[in-house]
Write a protein that binds this ligand. Structure first.
Ligand code: MRU
Length: 352
């Protein structure tokens, strides 16, 4: 199993996704600042993985804090949470994880600094373990939706590398279907400009022996039109209450093409990616990253000097283009306003 991130005595150990696929390098973050920097620079990326990393970063910061009394520790805790919250804006899992850590802090703060430290480390490890279990449940719920044979198109990386490890979300659904004996191949878009598909999805699927073909993003329409795609499965960074879904830039285009060609378009995500506080996708903040990620591939410039470039890192797919949203609590179908709310109200014990 690919281990994306783990808690150790030495610090938070992260598989460096900037080095993949050429090198499999694990980095040990020994301070919360290093974890925040790893999230910002996309050493670790993908919505659920960002949430786990933020939780571990907060636990690490509190565990290593010199604060000797409750007031000093609370001040430091709030500062660490602020630093984490400023790393990346779109994936709501980050803010969800910070809130989980805040609740754990509030519960134990009256019991002394050592109790708080222990509790936050436990909470971060719990979030990590839950993520693995949630992805396995997403795989179970989603596998039945895929055809007995065919070609599944996915965008960006929504696999083990975007989660705590294990199945991942969208790739978990594909892994689950293959485990059920379905004869599936994967079409992975390269995912310009950051190339998560070319570098990461292909790497992890090849390791699992899942037949995978790499395509450039602008081949999707042609392959759909010529009958070479059976369905689409992608992950999510934030899903609004009405089902509108923010995911990697280019997802919206694929969803429009899927509708045009009558193909099912599935979103797979844990409930920590669902933001019921937002009525629609219009309110989802879209991260704008460095134009250099567009003008360069790696460190090589491919565009003229002094050329303006844009890099909105995510787009929002309207709910009406989404066939179903697969979560660890079950599968939501339109109208999502009702179906997501119903799943959210399930007792936690029934969720996995
Ligand atoms: O910018 P990234 O690589 O963090 O974006 C990741 C995505 O958009 C993924 O598709 C999404 O987080 C789902 S990951 C399970």
């Amino acid at each position: 199993m690919i281990e994306t991130i783990k808690w150790t005595e030495q610090g938070v150990v992260i598989l460096d996704q900037l080095e993949l696929p050429a090198h499999e390098v694990y980095r040990t973050c020994t301070s919360y600042e290093q974890v925040a920097d790893a999230i910002r620079r996309m050493v670790i990326r993908g919505a659920p993985a960002i949430g786990v990393a933020a939780a571990m970063g907060i636990a690490l910061g509190v565990d290593r804090s010199p604060a000797a009394d409750a007031a000093a520790l609370e001040k430091e805790f709030n500062h660490i949470c602020d630093v984490m919250a400023q790393t990346r804006p779109t994936a709501v899992n980050l803010f969800w994880a910070i809130e989980r850590m805040r609740a754990a802090f509030e519960e134990t703060k009256g019991e002394g600094v050592e109790a708080v430290r222990r509790r936050l480390v436990e909470e971060a490890q719990r979030i990590h373990a839950e993520d693995l279990a949630q992805c396995a449940a997403i795989a179970r719920h989603g596998a039945v939706l895929l055809p007995a044979q065919g070609r599944v198109l996915t965008h960006c990386n929504a696999g083990a590398l975007c989660a705590a490890g294990g199945y991942g979300t969208a790739l978990g659904v594909i892994r689950g279907a293959i485990e059920q004996g379905k004869q599936l191949e994967v079409l992975a878009t390269e995912t310009r400009p950051y190339l998560q598909g070319a570098r990461l999805t292909t790497w992890e699927l090849q390791r699992d022996g899942i037949p995978t073909t790499l395509i450039t993003d602008n081949m999707v329409g042609h392959l759909m039109k010529t009958g070479q795609v059976s369905c689409v499965v992608v992950g999510a960074d934030r899903i609004a209450a009405n089902g509108d879904t923010a995911n990697k830039i280019g997802t919206y285009t694929i969803a429009v093409l899927a509708r045009e060609h009558g193909l099912p378009f599935y979103v797979a995500a844990p409930f920590s990616s669902i933001d019921l506080s937002l009525p629609s996708g219009d309110q989802i903040p879209i991260e704008e990253r460095s134009p250099e990620e567009v003008t360069h591939i790696g460190s090589t410039r491919i565009a003229p000097e002094n050329l303006p470039a844009r890099h909105p890192a995510f787009d929002v797919t309207p709910a009406r283009l989404i066939t179903a949203i697969i979560t660890e609590r079950g599968v939501a179908r339109p109208p999502y306003q009702q179906s997501l709310k119903a799943l959210a109200e399930l007792p936690v014990s029934a969720a996995l």
